[in-house]
Write a protein that binds this ligand. Structure first.
Ligand code: GLC
Ligand code: CA
Length: 571
């Protein structure tokens, strides 16, 4: 595999609206981000991904863009954005923007012009399709619920929206549209971005005959992704985009792709793949259950581990994956994946250890580094997210009681990860002097940056040690290119793997990451002498085992270690 500049980096996702408000309007902004660059640098972050900051009516929190060339005024100005770029550059950091081009906002000029002239040029930028027998062209359900078709006023046409009706899908079949998008991408790359996180990109290719599918719910509709899964040829679009934009700038791209087929992985993220990398969502899909949030469930440690191990084994053969614990669309990982007894600081450090040292580039999501958790709400009206409101209705329609529907939302809502960043125990978690757009999680009084900053054993300080270890000159090579080899899989609650360098590129190294997610102690047979590189609890057990070369370490519940093997049999 070709080596790339980003392989050994640590990335961090900022959700700008909730990061830090600098002017008291209750909305996070660019100035807030700029003021925290040193904080991020100290955390060991190299690459920052900003969720959308473009002009938007914020129906889907900025994933509905009304002008690709403007910064949302809520977030600041283009001058401030340029300042952010310059300030990151000064610190040797890189910035990724979010590229949202499957759809735009219904307030975008293109869509307004299309509505004004439904058979004209701009209608061709969208999917304006004649209805069938006075009804929608097909039975697609949008990702956010309800029909994916909306009537075009004054006509017998409908327009397609795979997400909200305020997010009309763009017609990638149209060369003029593609040209406009490429120009826009290049315009941003010329400014000095390192690249993009690419939103919902798998959806851009449509089957223009828009076939209906067997209904998959009581509403008689079928989820629109079925059409996307059957249509051929999306790869040609990806290659076209790459050729006209990313390749010219050597840009880094990380794609949001679900339901990846393993025989297509190389095509997507191999050496000459469409994208630099893509997120591994396998563990998140596992937790989602088969239908809606109502059936979501908590995977056991074993299932969760085995799913990640399977992905790792497959992905390391083809490319360099992007690993996450959570993002702005997923509940907090500590709440979702950790067993109840492990939802404490030790458990949060454990999940950080086992995730950040996997093969691939880690993306830390804001607040994860202090152990932010899901936020319980008592009423559906307290949620903001458009997807949550829909899932609530869907759950009720499927026969759930209001309590059950609320529980499903509390466990799965995208608002769990969107509450304001918890900077301090002061008013509104130190996020704003005004009224926050979304209430902070009340646990900010205990969980916040200020409290953890100077406490040596805090989650935050542990993250700092972890990224430093990952990037340390001695072990960087092993953590970047070392082979991922699972171990101790016969134990249910153990998450253990090696990163092994065979020595072709320097000293051979065998690093063992071993974590006990179980309720009771586990004795790890190290099969030889070890040196402790990192321990999440700094317990005596690990130090003792190192000193006396006993060949075994007893890990208490929620205890984990990173060990350098000094001798003995290698796996
Ligand atoms: C992606 C984004 C999500 C958004 C959707 C539509 O899944 O991550 O937040 O709602 O695309 O743009
Ligand atoms: Ca603000």
């Amino acid at each position: 595999m070709n080596r790339k500049w980003w392989h050994d980096k640590v990335a961090y996702q900022i959700y700008p609206k909730s990061f830090l408000d600098s002017n008291g309007d209750g909305i996070g902004d660019l100035r807030g981000i700029i003021s925290k660059l040193d904080y991020l640098k100290e955390l060991g972050v190299d690459i920052i991904w900003l969720s959308p900051i473009y002009q938007s009516p914020f129906v889907d929190q900025g994933y509905d863009i009304s002008d690709y060339y403007k910064i949302a005024e809520e977030f600041g100005t283009m001058e401030e954005f340029d300042e952010l770029l310059a300030e990151t550059k000064k610190r040797g950091m890189y910035v990724l923007m979010d590229l949202v081009v499957n759809h735009c906002s219904d307030r975008h000029e293109w869509f307004q012009k299309a509505l004004a002239d439904p058979y004209g040029k701009y209608a061709g930028y969208f999917h304006f399709v004649k209805g069938k027998d006075g009804k929608e062209p097909s039975n697609y359900r949008s990702y956010f619920g309800g029909s994916a078709w909306e009537p075009v006023p004054g006509t017998d046409l409908y327009y397609l929206h795979m997400f909200a009706k305020e997010q009309p899908d763009l017609n990638w079949e149209n060369p003029e549209l593609r040209k406009e998008i490429y120009q826009m991408i290049n315009w941003w790359l010329d400014k000095g971005l390192a690249g993009f996180r690419i939103d919902a990109i798998i959806n851009i290719k449509k089957d223009l005959s828009f076939p209906s599918f067997e209904p998959d719910g009581p509403d008689g509709l079928a989820i629109c992704v079925k059409m996307v899964e059957e249509v051929q040829g999306v790869g040609e679009y990806f290659e076209d985009i790459k050729k006209h934009t990313f390749a010219k700038h050597d840009a880094f791209t990380v794609a949001e792709v679900f339901n990846m087929k393993s025989d297509e992985l190389a095509e997507f993220i191999g050496d000459d793949g469409h994208f630099s990398t893509m997120f591994d969502f396998s563990a998140h899909m596992l937790a989602q259950g088969d239908q809606g949030w109502l059936r979501s469930r908590k995977p056991s440690v074993r299932e969760w581990r085995d799913t990640i191990f399977h992905s790792q084994a497959t992905l390391q053969e083809v490319g360099h994956p992007a690993n996450i614990i959570e993002n702005h669309d997923e509940p907090r990982g500590a709440s979702r994946f950790l067993p109840d007894y492990a939802q404490n600081e030790a458990g949060k450090k454990l999940i950080a250890t086992t995730t950040l040292l996997l093969y691939g580039i880690p993306f830390i999501y804001q607040g994860q580094e202090i152990g932010m958790m899901n936020c319980q709400r008592d009423d559906i009206s307290e949620f903001d997210d458009i997807n949550t409101t829909d899932q609530y209705q869907e759950a009720l329609a499927a026969g759930a009681s209001p309590e059950e529907a609320l529980r499903a939302c509390n466990e799965n809502s995208r608002d769990n990860a969107r509450t304001p960043m918890q900077w301090s125990s002061g008013a509104n978690a130190g996020f704003t002097d005004g009224t926050p757009w979304l209430s902070p999680n009340p646990n900010y009084r205990e969980i916040n940056v200020a409290e953890q900053e100077n406490r040596p054993d805090s989650v935050l300080n542990y993250y700092r040690k972890l990224t430093a270890l990952k990037k340390s000159p001695e072990y960087k090579e092993a953590f970047t290119y070392g082979k991922f080899v699972p171990d101790y899989q016969e134990y249910d609650d153990v998450f253990a793997y090696h990163r092994i360098l065979d020595g072709e590129e320097g000293e051979p190294q065998d690093i063992l990451v071993a974590a006990n997610y179980g309720r009771g102690p586990w004795t790890l047979e190290t099969r030889g002498r070890v040196k402790v590189l990192l321990s999440n609890t700094e317990s005596e057990g690990a130090k003792q085992a190192e000193a006396d070369g006993a060949g075994r370490i007893t890990l208490e519940s929620c205890e984990g270690v990173v060990l350098l093997k000094l001798d003995g049999e290698h796996v």
